[in-house]
Structure formats: C-alpha cells, structure tokens
Design a protein around this ligand. Sequence first.
Ligand code: TMP
Length: 202
Amino acid sequence: MSRGRYIALEGAEGCGKSTHATRLAATLGAVLTRETGGTAVGRQIRAILHDTSIDNLSNRAEALLAAADRAQHIDEVVEPALAAGRHVVSDRSVYSTLAYQGYGRELSIEELRRFNDWALIGHWPDLVLLIDAAPEVLERRMRGRQLDRFEREGEQFHERVLDGFRHMAMAEPDRWAVIDGSQSLEAVATDIRAAVHDRLGL
Ligand code: TMP
C-alpha cells in the first residue's frame, strides 16, 4: 500500500483556508485536521496560545507550545493516517510557526526549523497551499470576529507574517502553490483542486 500525501493550507487569518481545507478533504476523502488543536492535548495547548488574558507568554514558550501541539498531532493523527495510505489535509502546519514565530515574532527561522523537524520526526508537508489575499480583503473578513492573542497583534506583525509566507513560497516553488484568495469561493476551490492535481496527481 502506498503512503498517503500530506497537504497543508496556510495563510493569514480570514483568508478562507478552514473552509477550503474542509472542502478539499471531502473531495479527496482525506483526513481533515488542524494545527493547533488537532488532538485533545492540542486543544488544551491551543487554549493557552489563544488566551487573551495571558499577556506575558514569552516568544520561545509560544514557539515550543506550538511545537508540542505538532509533535502530538504527528504521532496521533498525521503519521498513522499517512502510514495507512490516507491523505491528510491540515488547516495550518509547521509553516505557520515559521511565519508567525519566525517572521512575525522574529525568532531564528533556522532554530525553529531544527526543533520542529524533531517535533515532526521529519514529516514535513508534501504540498503547501498558500491562500494569499490582500490585507484589505482580510481585514474586511475579520471585522466583527472575536479576536484572539494573534489577531490582536498590530499591522506590522501581520505584514511580516504575510511576507514570510510569500517568501517561503517563492523559495520552495516545488513544495508550495500560491492561490489567489481574493477570488470568489468557487474560483479559489477550483484553483486548489487544480494545484493538488498538478502537483500530486490526486
Ligand atoms: P486559526 O487556527 O484559527 O487560523 O488560528 C491560529 C492562530 O495561531 C493564528 O493566528 C496563527 C497562530 N499560529 C502560530 O502562531 N503558530 C503556529 O505554529 C500555528 C499552527 C498557529
């Protein structure tokens, strides 16, 4: 039996990746999951990460909590599914750590890559779909939502995160596909489907 493929959707808050992860997983018959919070342990870690009453979480502690969520997620959800031949579609992945804790919080990307490789036991996503939308589009979609610890960060933080995602996509074009997230929901879904077919033959 051949191993499943690991597909991650990435992007800023409000880009629509959760909706598209759900649709893609249904189309492929894949396991749908998420980081952070894809396991029971992960949901407790996520609660800490998103808690707006915590105003002194250190950047390194934040990065390690995300990596702990990831280690549990890989062991409990991702690797067993891939080994059983199921495809996995994940709403966010290790690349969110590189974007948010690396580009956003300005921790060393190299160090983040190193300890996250350990957390992942080397299982990085096969394909990353970056749903890229202009900040104005994102801001419009976020209006009225209850904001968590990350969403409350300033404009510059979010610009660094978005630039980080774009930079990583350009640096590794075989692993990443950039999808124009400012299109209609149907057009985004069509582009995602085409990218998965072209890159992975699925
Ligand atoms: P979301 O799952 O609702 O998109 O929100 C998750 C938030 O957590 C989002 O602001 C990005 C952030 N995050 C990190 O900072 N590092 C990570 O490794 C992950 C997976 C998410």
